[in-house]
Design a protein around this ligand. Structure first.
Ligand SMILES: [Fe+2]
Length: 377
C-alpha cells in the first residue's frame, strides 16, 4: 500500500490573511507571480489578498477548461519576469494552469510537449495553491489538466514535482461563490470521493479519506447551496470534504464519470463540475455489478438504511438524483449534444487514461450505452 502527498496544508477560516507570512516567510519569495481568473477578480478576492503583499505581477486570463494557448501565454510571461513562486488563486482551472505555468517557467517549449507522466527535465517552480471553489482537489494533486483546443482533447500533465508545495485552504473564500458554482463544484467533489472510493487503485488509506469526504459533502452541500454567506459550518464542512476528496483521488483515481465529463468538456466546453454531476447517477447504475458493496457502505455512512446491499445502493443513487434536482443541475438532454456525436464521445471516454481505473470494465460500447441511457432519462 502506498500513499504519497507532499503538499503542506494550511486549513481554516480566515487563514488567507496569513498569505504574506507564507510567501515571505515559508517561501522567502521576493518575486511571486499570481495566476487567477476574471471571476475571482470581480469577486474582489484578488484585491483583498494583494493588500497583504507588495505589488506583484498578475496573470488573470485563465478561462474554464484552461486552453493550452492561454497556459503557453502564461509560461511566456513567467519566463520574462522570472518569478520564484507561482500563486494559483481560483478554482480547478486556475490551479491546474498555475501548475502548468510553474512547469513552463523552468522548462523549454510548449505545454503540449509535456503531456503524460514526468515529461519535464527541471523541477517546476514551487506552487502555492489557494482554492476558491469547493470542488477541485487540484491543490493536493500532481496533475494539471489543460485543453488542446485543436485536437479537442484534455491533456493530463503529471509528475511527482507537480504537487503544490503549499495548499492554503480558507473556507471563507467560498462566501462570494454563486449558488450554481457551489452546486457544480460541490458535486464534482462528491464525484471525486465516490470514484476514489470505488475505483480499482483504491486502498485503505484512500478509502478512509474518501468516506469522510463523502460524509462531509452529503452533510453540508445543501445548506451551503442555500446560504453559504451566513453558514460558517457548512462552508468549512464542504471545503474540508473537497480537500479530503482531492487527497483520496490523487492517490486512488477517478473513473468513468470523469472520463465522460472530460470528453464533453473538451468537445463542447461543458463546465467540469456540471458534466460530472450529469453523469454521476448513470455511471453508478452501470457500475452497480462491480461496486454494489462499496455503494452500500457509502449509503450507510451518509445515513441511508437499506434492507440489503442492492437496496442501499439504489437508495444512494436516488439520493444523488434528488440532490442534483435540488441543486438545479441540468439533465444530459438539456446540453443539446447531437446523438451523432455519441460515438466520438464514447471513444474519447474509453481512451481516457482513467478508464482502466473504473470499478467496472467499460468499453466504448458501454460508454455509448450510458450516453443513450442518459439522453433518454
Ligand atoms: Fe473533477
Amino acid at each position: 500500500m502506498l500513499y504519497h502527498m507532499p503538499t503542506a496544508i494550511i486549513f481554516g477560516a480566515g487563514k488567507v490573511s496569513e498569505l504574506g507570512g507564507v510567501v515571505q516567510g515559508k517561501f522567502r519569495s521576493s518575486q511571486p507571480l499570481l495566476i487567477t481568473d476574471q471571476g475571482v477578480f470581480k469577486a474582489g478576492i484578488v484585491e483583498r489578498i494583494l493588500s497583504d503583499l507588495p505589488a506583484i505581477p498578475v496573470f488573470d486570463e485563465i478561462e474554464p477548461n484552461p486552453k493550452y494557448s492561454t497556459v503557453n501565454r502564461g509560461g511566456a510571461i513567467a519566463r520574462q519576469i522570472k518569478p520564484d513562486l507561482v500563486i494559483g488563486l481560483g478554482g480547478g482551472s486556475v490551479l491546474d494552469a498555475a501548475k502548468a505555468v510553474a512547469l513552463l517557467a523552468t522548462n523549454p517549449g510548449w505545454i503540449e510537449e509535456y503531456e503524460g507522466r514526468e515529461r519535464y527535465k527541471n523541477p517546476p517552480l514551487p506552487v502555492l495553491a489557494i482554492p476558491t471553489t469547493c470542488g477541485t482537489g487540484s491543490e493536493v494533486t500532481w496533475v494539471s489538466v489543460v485543453t488542446h483546443t485543436e485536437k479537442r482533447f484534455k491533456m493530463s500533465i503529471k509528475g511527482s514535482r507537480m504537487y503544490p508545495a503549499v495548499a492554503l485552504v480558507d473556507p471563507d473564500l467560498l462566501m462570494t461563490l454563486p449558488p450554481h458554482l457551489i452546486a457544480s463544484t460541490g458535486l464534482d467533489a462528491l464525484t471525486h470521493g465516490l470514484e476514489a472510493y470505488t475505483s480499482k487503485p483504491a486502498n485503505f488509506l484512500t478509502d478512509v479519506l474518501a468516506l469522510e469526504a463523502l460524509r462531509l459533502i452529503f452533510r453540508h452541500l445543501t445548506e451551503a447551496h442555500r446560504d453559504i454567506k451566513n453558514n460558517a459550518e457548512a462552508r468549512e464542512g464542504l471545503m474540508l470534504g473537497s480537500l479530503l476528496a482531492g487527497m483520496a483521488f490523487g492517490n486512488s483515481d477517478v473513473g468513468a464519470i470523469h472520463c465522460l465529463a472530460e470528453s464533453i468538456g473538451s468537445l463542447y466546453d461543458t463546465p467540469h463540475g456540471a458534466a460530472n454531476a450529469i453523469f454521476l447517477p448513470h455511471v453508478m447504475e452501470f457500475n452497480l455489478p462491480a461496486a454494489r458493496e462499496k455503494y452500500a457502505v457509502v449509503a450507510a455512512a451518509v445515513g441511508l438504511e437499506g434492507a440489503d446491499q442492492d437496496n442501499a445502493s439504489h437508495l444512494l443513487i436516488q439520493k444523488i438524483k434528488g440532490l442534483s434536482r435540488l441543486l438545479s443541475i441540468p439533465s444530459f438532454r438539456d446540453l443539446g449534444i447531437p446523438e451523432g456525436d455519441f460515438d466520438l464521445i464514447a471513444q474519447k471516454s474509453f481512451e481516457n487514461n482513467s478508464n482502466p481505473s473504473n470499478a467496472r470494465e467499460a468499453t466504448a460500447k458501454d460508454y455509448l450505452a450510458i450516453l443513450k441511457h442518459a439522453s433518454s432519462g
